[in-house]
Design a protein around this ligand. Structure first.
Ligand SMILES: [Zn+2]
Length: 155
């Protein structure tokens, strides 16, 4: 199916997979780390940071398909680093679900790269441009919704 999809499309986000939005990478080279935070690629000191890996269902013409956004692209959507968003999500357990709601229905121009490995499941988003001029990155929207830092938040 994915062979039919052009490399650049204007599409709408149908849903975000909220079960898992990030993974840990080496703080030095961004390689994958083992369970005990040791890098598999460089012999750097143990140390890791979070990196986004977001699965989005998007609709284009009559198709709905899943694409994957890695760190650089996801930052456009989130407006902060994966570590910062993780902290925000710790304060607000519903932050990830709300993030999905913020994205739902938003229109984007997305450029895809074909998965390098033949067995990769999803198209990878190489660049993303919000089509709405008043698109507000998720972190901003959440601060607006939750009024982070304010004790008067009721919602
Ligand atoms: Zn490394």
């Amino acid at each position: 199916m994915e062979g039919d999809i052009p490399s650049t499309v204007m599409c709408a986000v149908v849903a975000m997979d909220t079960s898992n939005f990030c993974y840990r990478v080496c703080a030095l080279c961004e390689g994958t780390v083992s369970d005990n935070n040791l890098c598999r690629s460089c012999s750097g000191l143990p140390g890791s940071k979070r990196s986004y890996r977001i699965l989005l269902s998007v609709a284009w013409e009559t198709k709905v398909f899943v694409v994957v956004c890695f760190d650089r692209v996801a930052r456009v959507l989130f407006g902060c680093s994966a570590d910062e968003f993780f902290d925000l999500a710790k304060l607000n357990p519903l932050a990830v679900v709300t993030a999905g709601k913020v994205l739902e229905g938003e229109m984007f121009q997305m450029t895809f790269t074909k998965p390098k490995k033949g067995n990769a499941e999803h198209l990878r988003v190489a660049s993303i441009v919000p089509l709405s001029t008043d698109f507000c990155p998720i972190a901003e929207s959440l601060k607006e919704i939750y009024r982070v830092g304010s004790s008067s938040s009721i919602r």
